[in-house]
Structure formats: C-alpha cells, structure tokens
Design a protein around this ligand. Structure first.
Ligand code: SF4
Ligand code: SF4
Length: 88
C-alpha cells in the first residue's frame, strides 16, 4: 500500500528528494504522497526511504490504499517502463 504523510509533518523537506518514484510533493500545507506513484519503495529499496529520514516519524502506511507485494511489484514495473526501457 501507499504511505501517507500526517499533519504532524514539519515541512523539513528531507523526504521529497529521497523518494525514488517522485511520489512526494509539497501540498498546500504539508508534504503529500501521490498513492499512484508510491510503491513502499518496492523495487528500489528494502525499506521505505521517506520513513527512514523523517525526523518526526509522520509517514505511516495508508490503509485506504492497500496493495499486496505482488501488486506493488507490478506498479514498480509500470513506473519503470513509463520512465524508459526496462534494464535487464
Ligand atoms: Fe516514495 Fe518510497 Fe516513501 Fe513511497 S515509501 S513515498 S516510494 S520514498
Ligand atoms: Fe514532513 Fe517528515 Fe517529509 Fe519532513 S520528512 S517533510 S516532517 S513528512
């Protein structure tokens, strides 16, 4: 499933550049995650990179966007293909 940023976010800017899918963006008040782009970092890293760097621990899983690991891998492949040819 996607992750989400709660209103405890302090707009510290550190999560946005570490997202391999460019899923994090500055919203109206706080940073937000596009659930169509977040793969929990599946395909890129073992752990969600945004969670690793957030100093206030405000990036939980979003149960409104539940996905299995297999679905996340398909999503990752689709995002990679959208960016260019698959690397083997
Ligand atoms: Fe980006 Fe990974 Fe965080 Fe999802 S879990 S928003 S893909 S850094
Ligand atoms: Fe907000 Fe955490 Fe991202 Fe900083 S790292 S902008 S506190 S969500």
């Amino acid at each position: 499933m996607s992750l989400k940023i709660t209103d405890e976010c302090i707009n510290c800017d550190v999560c946005e550049p570490v997202c391999p899918n460019k899923a994090i963006f500055q919203g109206i008040e706080i940073y937000e995650i596009d659930p169509a782009l977040c793969t929990e970092c599946v395909g890129h890293f073992d752990q969600p990179q945004c969670q690793q760097v957030c100093p206030v621990d405000c990036i939980p899983l979003d149960p409104d966007h539940a996905e299995s690991d297999a679905q996340l891998r398909v999503k990752y492949q689709r995002l990679v293909n959208a960016d260019g040819p698959l690397k083997t």
